[in-house]
Write a protein that binds this ligand. Structure first.
Ligand SMILES: *[C@@H]1O[C@H](CO)[C@@H](O)[C@H](O)[C@H]1NC(C)=O
Ligand SMILES: *[C@@H]1O[C@H](CO)[C@@H](O)[C@H](O)[C@H]1NC(C)=O
Length: 226
């Protein structure tokens, strides 16, 4: 018979290993969900978003919010959208740029999936008054950049991509940074990191990094000040 402590350790080991083997999602399902997300933001109609789980958790700038009265439920004229699809973590990230002079926004949204449905949405919303906010300038940069898929034989591993972002953020050395949330897309060589800058009550922040051949190519940041 196993000693109770051994049984406990064994169980712990099994639980620790489980996510490695089960957290795999179909890219097509993730892509359909990000397309629905963009369509929902365009129309402001949550009912368009059939990929949503019934009890989806929704936050804006890391605060719980009611999805039915959220920014997502507000029709916006989107100038640019770009998404990452993480088939290992079952997660996505979408950047939207809205230059409408009536109210410009740049938003970054991470979505998490359970049983192929969107079970959690975290949206970071920047607008006038936020750090270096300039939607028109952001659009110009985004349009001049090349975010094409990286040729298959030149792709970095998730570990290399993630380490590139971590090194830039200096996460290992900064005790004030909250546990970050990652979305990694190897086909794009890109990682997006959501974190609180400056500890638990710090600023909601998104940092997105594209690496090419292990080297940093682009950095997109969103930091909410107001
Ligand atoms: C939002 O509206 C839908 C459809 O009317 C409803 O099923 C859902 O419970 C509402 N969500 C919240 C958080 O109120
Ligand atoms: C989203 O971006 C794709 C290309 O990247 C484009 O084809 C599509 O029209 C965009 N959708 C909206 C609503 O802007």
């Amino acid at each position: 018979m196993l000693h109770p402590i051994c049984t406990y350790l064994l169980l712990g080991l099994i639980i620790a290993l489980t996510p490695l083997t089960t957290a795999q999602c179909d890219r097509a399902i993730l892509e359909e969900a990000t397309a629905q997300f963009v369509a929902t933001q365009t129309s402001g109609q949550i009912s368009v978003f059939t990929a949503l789980a019934d009890n989806v958790e929704y936050t804006e700038n890391f605060q719980p919010a009611d999805i039915n009265t959220s920014l997502l439920a507000t029709a916006l004229a989107i100038d640019n959208n770009r998404s990452l699809h993480d088939t290992t973590a079952c997660a996505t990230y979408t950047e939207l740029i809205i230059t409408d002079p009536a109210h410009p926004y740049v938003t970054g949204t991470q979505m998490r999936f359970t049983d192929n449905k969107v079970s959690r949405i975290d949206m970071i919303i920047t607008d006038e008054g936020d750090w270096l906010f300039d939607a028109a300038g952001t659009l110009l940069y985004a349009q001049s950049e090349n975010w094409d898929p990286i040729p298959e034989d030149q792709r970095d591993t998730r570990e290399v991509i993630r380490a590139g972002g971590d090194a830039y953020l200096n996460l290992f050395n900064d005790p004030n940074v909250e546990v970050p949330r990652y979305v990694i897309d190897e086909t794009m060589g890109t990682v997006d990191v959501f974190l609180n800058f400056g500890g638990e009550n710090g600023l909601p922040d998104s940092h997105e990094f594209r690496l090419e051949g292990g080297k940093l190519r682009y950095v997109h940041t969103l930091t909410v000040m107001a």
